[in-house]
Design a protein around this ligand. Structure first.
Ligand SMILES: Nc1ncnc2c1ncn2[C@@H]1O[C@H](COP(=O)(O)OP(=O)(O)OP(=O)(O)O)[C@@H](O)[C@H]1O
Ligand SMILES: [Mg+2]
Length: 247
C-alpha cells in the first residue's frame, strides 16, 4: 500500500503549491516511487510541476461513453486500457489528472471502475500526493478511500484557521479513514498571533510557509515550482515541514 498524503483547504490558500513542493521533497529525498494525483476540477498541479498532460480521467471516460467498444473486448477492459492513457510519466514521478465533471454534477464515469483503477495503480507507488479542491469531491465520492496524512492549508487569518478546522471536521464526516491531520499556514513567518485560534481548531500545527516573492513571480510567469532554487523561501520552509512528517 502506498502512503496517501492529501492537501485540502479553502481556495487559493496554497494547496497546489504545497502539493508540488511535496512532490519535489519526496523526489529530492529519494523516498520512493511517487504518484501525484490532481483531484481538483480546475487542474493546475501539472503547471506547478511543469509537465504537459495529454488527457484527464474524466475526459477519457466521457469519450469511452460516446465511442463504441471494439469487438471482442468487454467495456470494463476497454475502459481500463484507456485509463492508462491518463497517466503522465516523468523520470522522477507520475501524474494522474482526474478532471472535472461533464455537466452539472455529472462525472460521466462509473466510480467503481475508477476506484479499481486507482487500487491497481496503488501497488506501483510508495507515495500518492493528492491535490484536492476545497470540497474534496473525489474523496467524498470515495474514489480515493483513505488518507494517511491530511494537510489542511490555511491563509494567515483567524477566519482562515476556523475554515481549515471546518474542512477537517467535514473530512471526518466523509467516513473515509484519515490518519494524521495537520494544519499548515501559508504566507506568514510566525504563527504565534494565531495561537489561540490554532489551539481551538483541533488541528496540530505542522508549521508555516512564509511569503515567497520568488515563488509568486514563478507562478506569474507560469514557471514550474520544481525549478525554484533549492534555497528559496518556500522550498526551504516546506522541506522543514515535510521532514517533520518522517516519511
Ligand atoms: N508561500 C507563498 N508565497 C507567495 N505566494 C504563494 C505562496 N503560496 C502560494 N502562493 C501563491 O498563491 C496563489 C494560490 O496558490 P495555490 O494555487 O497553490 O493555491 P490553491 O489552494 O491550490 O488554490 P485553488 O483553491 O485555486 O486550487 C498562487 O498564485 C501561488 O503562487
Ligand atoms: Mg489548487
Amino acid at each position: 500500500m502506498s502512503k496517501h498524503i492529501a492537501l485540502a483547504g479553502k481556495g487559493g490558500t496554497g494547496k497546489t503549491t504545497l502539493a508540488a513542493l511535496l512532490v519535489r521533497y519526496l523526489v529530492e529525498s529519494k523516498k520512493g516511487a511517487i504518484l501525484a494525483v490532481d483531484a481538483d476540477f480546475n487542474s493546475t498541479l501539472n503547471e506547478a510541476l511543469g509537465v504537459q498532460v495529454e488527457d484527464t480521467i474524466s475526459n477519457i471516460l466521457a469519450d469511452v461513453k460516446k465511442n463504441n467498444v471494439p469487438t471482442g473486448m468487454t467495456k470494463d477492459v476497454f475502459i481500463e486500457l484507456k485509463l492508462h492513457q491518463a497517466l503522465t510519466e516523468t523520470r522522477d514521478y507520475d501524474l494522474l489528472v482526474m478532471g472535472g465533471p461533464h455537466g452539472p454534477g455529472c462525472y460521466c464515469f462509473p466510480s467503481e471502475i475508477l476506484k479499481r483503477h486507482l487500487d491497481s495503480l496503488e501497488h506501483n507507488y510508495d507515495y500518492m500526493v493528492i491535490d484536492n479542491e476545497a470540497g474534496m469531491e473525489h474523496i467524498s465520492r470515495k474514489t480515493i478511500e483513505n488518507i494517511d496524512i491530511l494537510l489542511v492549508v490555511s491563509d494567515a487569518t483567524a477566519k482562515g484557521v476556523r475554515t481549515a478546522s471546518r474542512i477537517h471536521d467535514l473530512a471526518k464526516t466523509l467516513k473515509i479513514a484519515i490518519g494524521d491531520a495537520y494544519l499548515i499556514i501559508t504566507r506568514i513567518a510566525d504563527a504565534s498571533p494565531l495561537e489561540s485560534e490554532i489551539a481551538a481548531s483541533g488541528l496540530k500545527l505542522l508549521g508555516t510557509v512564509p511569503n515567497d516573492p520568488v515563488l509568486a513571480d514563478y507562478d506569474l510567469q507560469g514557471k514550474a515550482l520544481l525549478d525554484l532554487p533549492g534555497d528559496s523561501i518556500a522550498v526551504s520552509a516546506s522541506r522543514k515541514l515535510y521532514e517533520k512528517l518522517r516519511f
